[in-house]
Ligand binder design. Structure first.
Ligand code: GLU
Length: 323
């Protein structure tokens, strides 16, 4: 009996010790960073730059896993449901952690309580572009064209419920124009059709659009932020280009599943903040128009709450719905 009790005591001791011991060792194997959009988009691009830099910081591989679908909600749900041990984390966006809360009648998850925030990494302007063969060189010309030929044109976005979908619907409601929305599994595949001209108008995140803007294979008409992008100072803002007060943007932040040990969150946060502040990484991100933040977990929690509140009335005013 005595030995049974002693055995039990040992087992209980082992259980209560295991969480801190695991956290201390973290990470002792590769980490999966779920990018909830297709390859070739902005979240993928930013995610890969950060994953490489975090691998160096943590001494373990941070592997990008693309899990696209439902405007980022599919991959985000997978991370919310994953083991809360720090080995499955999400490259979240404004789509997964701010817009989804207002867009779904039954939101797939609670962005505040189903995740443990790690760090807000970057904010990103969006940009309205057209195929170079499209006969509009300015936002004014595009508005005139859409009004002259209503129900004729379509725009591509990275998916239902993404900031690019919101950007398109907000543009339509603020300019009194009409376009059909064509959602993709991310900016990567959306760009393919914008480049071919089959869907000649696209709202994109600046990072994934940058190389096409430089090459002249897509023509930027306006950025969606109230300030011009430092990397393209000649491109006007939507506000300047004839849609006063228009503003959207995007951001990327790392989240772990709720219940991840605080010691693990602290290690991930330290690595993520060091990663975005590495001078080479900072330069690479600035080159594609991403503005580095590198916040604490607490700052990200506050950011999520304020972004959910900020975009709800915009979504209602623009009449955005999930098709
Ligand atoms: N527009 C998406 C977002 O920021 C990202 C699209 C992509 O990376 O393909 O939520």
């Amino acid at each position: 009996m005595k030995s049974l009790l002693a055995g039990l005591a040992l087992a209980v001791g082992a259980i209560s010790l295991s969480a801190p011991v695991l956290a201390q060792d973290f990470p002792n194997k590769p980490i999966n960073l779920v990018v909830p959009f297709a390859a070739g988009g902005s979240t993928d691009l930013v995610g890969r730059v950060i994953a490489e830099a975090m691998s160096k910081q943590l001494g373990q591989q941070v592997l990008v896993v693309n899990q696209a679908g439902a405007g980022g909600v599919l991959g985000a749900t997978a991370v919310a449901d994953a083991e809360p041990d720090g080995y499955t984390i999400l490259m979240g966006t404004i789509a997964t952690h701010a817009l989804s809360a207002s867009l779904y009648a039954t939101p797939p998850f609670d962005p505040s309580t189903d995740f443990a925030p790690v760090s807000l990494l970057v904010t990103v302007p969006n940009v309205l572009l057209v195929n170079p063969d499209f006969p509009a060189k300015t936002v004014e010309e595009l508005i005139a064209k859409l009004k002259a030929e209503p129900e004729t044109y379509a725009y591509a976005s990275s998916g239902n419920g993404t900031p690019l979908h919101l950007s398109g619907e907000l543009f339509k409601s603020m300019t009194g124009t009409d376009m059909v929305h064509v959602p993709y599994q991310g900016s990567g595949p959306a760009l393919v059709d914008a480049l071919s001209g089959s869907v000649p108008i696209i709202f994109d995140n600046l990072p994934s659009a940058t190389e096409h803007m430089k090459a002249g294979t897509l023509r930027p008409l306006a950025v969606t932020t109230l300030e011009r992008a430092a990397s393209f100072p000649d491109v006007p803002t939507m506000d300047e280009a004839g849609v006063p007060g228009y503003e959207t943007n995007t951001w990327n932040a790392i989240f772990a599943p709720a219940g991840t040990p605080p010691e693990v969150i602290a290690k991930l946060n330290e690595a993520a903040v060091a990663a975005v502040n590495d001078p080479a990484v900072k330069e690479r991100l600035a080159g594609v128009g991403a503005i580095v933040v590198g916040s604490t977990p607490e700052e990200l929690a506050t950011h999520v709450a304020s972004e959910v509140a900020r975009w709800r009335p915009v979504i209602e005013a623009a009449g955005v719905t999930i098709q």
